[in-house]
Design a protein around this ligand. Structure first.
Ligand SMILES: Cc1ncc(COP(=O)(O)O)c(C=O)c1O
Length: 405
């Protein structure tokens, strides 16, 4: 396995004579997956490892969802289906968006994808090309820049500060827009900071975008159900319905319903773009696993009790993690408002984030993700998608390590 952060171009070559495409050479493998793999490997070697690096719920998928997929499997839903998704699931997602998110949506505006990741990939591929710019507020989820560059676009990073709650400032957005700006990425609740954009903040962003009709928006709402008390999720397309024809929603079952391995996501937006993304999907991966889509149908159209029960547990764990971090001297934390991460600033210890994370793993067996992967080298990302005892163990290891510096 390559060291975390190693570009593909530095990886051992394949059979002699083969060269990788420039596109592949420029690709950074996912650092979160690499760290999780390294932690697993060390554990397999007998090391005592505590991992707070996970980006996935540690809960089982609720039983009624598993049952719906099993029933579909037994009923013979084992063949190719429509590339854009099972009609019943597209209908259910459209109904969810219309009623739960306040974004009036028809089934033809929905594409069922292999996770939120493929929704982003397909959208970027059909909207972007050489010369286009993606506006990306930082800290950002690490796959956005890679997916943008795979589409040939360049990335304009808009840094945000912890002192301003990691919030994109409207005047900062205004100043960054050029005629080549094609797509703004909004991710609320945010991975890695846990920042949740309020309705007023979304309205201020909409006011800027009304002046720049060439800029579309992708709203990654994959953590919509994971909100700290006092915070609510607002869909940008519901806040600015006049911009709906250039707003795209990305979401999925992974985080809210604990279905990461099922690979169910969706992309919703203007019919012509959805048709293009469906055509792309029909020539690449085809339909998402047929019987998995029936599990997703049960999830999306079912009651939200299971989602709320898991969200309540994440709230307790987020508080445990935040309070523990805030008790560590020299570490600055903006309390996360959603998702299941904390992103403290550890720069006062004088190490870059990659060095700090490598040393944490070697010295005290704690796996967390360096902030550099998310565009902020001052911070590290810790996940609270772990049992409370694991979170407490991780906090103790972190405190012990930082105390030794
Ligand atoms: C912000 C964000 N968007 C999208 C995804 C992709 O989710 P999926 O597993 O549905 O592809 C993730 C997963 O970590 C994420 O953190």
């Amino acid at each position: 396995m390559p060291e975390p952060g190693t570009p593909v171009s530095d990886c051992p070559a394949g059979p002699s004579g083969l060269t990788l495409s420039p596109r592949a050479q420029a690709l950074q493998p996912s650092l979160t997956l690499a760290i999780a793999a390294k932690a697993k490997q060390l554990r397999a070697e007998g090391r005592d490892i505590c991992s707070l690096s996970a980006g996935e719920p540690d809960f089982d998928t609720p039983a009624f969802i598993r049952q719906a997929a099993a029933t579909a499997l037994e009923a013979g839903h084992t063949r190719y289906g429509p590339a854009a998704g099972e009609p019943a699931l597209r209908e259910a997602i459209a109904a969810k968006l219309s009623t739960e998110n306040g974004v009036p949506t028809r089934a033809e505006q929905v594409l069922v994808t292999n996770g939120g990741k493929q929704a982003l990939y397909n959208l970027f591929q059909v909207l972007l090309g050489q010369g286009d710019e993606v506006l990306l507020p930082a800290p950002y989820w690490l796959s956005y820049p890679e997916i943008a560059r795979l589409a040939g676009a360049s990335v304009t990073v808009l840094p945000t500060e912890a002192a301003q709650g990691f919030r994109l400032q409207p005047e900062q957005l205004e100043a960054a827009i050029t005629p080549a700006s094609k797509l703004l990425v909004l991710n609320s609740p945010s991975n890695p900071t846990g920042m949740v954009l309020s309705r007023q903040e979304l309205e201020a962003i909409a006011a800027v975008l009304r002046r720049h009709p060439q800029v579309a928006v992708v709203c990654d709402e994959i953590y919509e159900f994971l909100l700290a008390p006092g915070h609510s999720h607002h869909s940008f397309a519901a806040v600015a319905p006049d911009l709906a024809d250039r707003v795209f929603v990305v979401n999925g079952c992974a985080k809210g319903w604990a279905m990461t391995g099922w690979r169910i996501g969706w992309l919703a937006g203007a019919p012509a773009v959805i048709a293009a993304a469906s055509a792309l999907q029909s020539q690449t991966t085809s339909n998402v696993c047929s019987f998995a889509q029936y599990g997703a149908l049960a999830a999306v159209s079912g009651p939200r009790d299971c989602v709320q029960a898991m969200a309540a547990q994440f709230n307790e764990r987020r508080t445990l993690l935040s309070e523990g971090l805030r008790a560590i001297p020299g570490l600055q934390l903006l309390p996360p408002e959603g998702a299941f991460y904390a992103f403290p600033d550890v720069s006062s210890y004088g190490l870059d984030s990659m060095t700090l994370c490598n040393r944490l793993l070697d010295a005290v067996g704690l796996a967390v993700v360096p902030g550099v992967a998310f565009g902020d080298d001052r911070c590290i990302r810790l996940s609270c998608a772990a049992a409370p005892a694991t979170i407490s163990d991780g906090l103790e290891r972190l405190q012990r390590f930082l105390g030794s510096l």
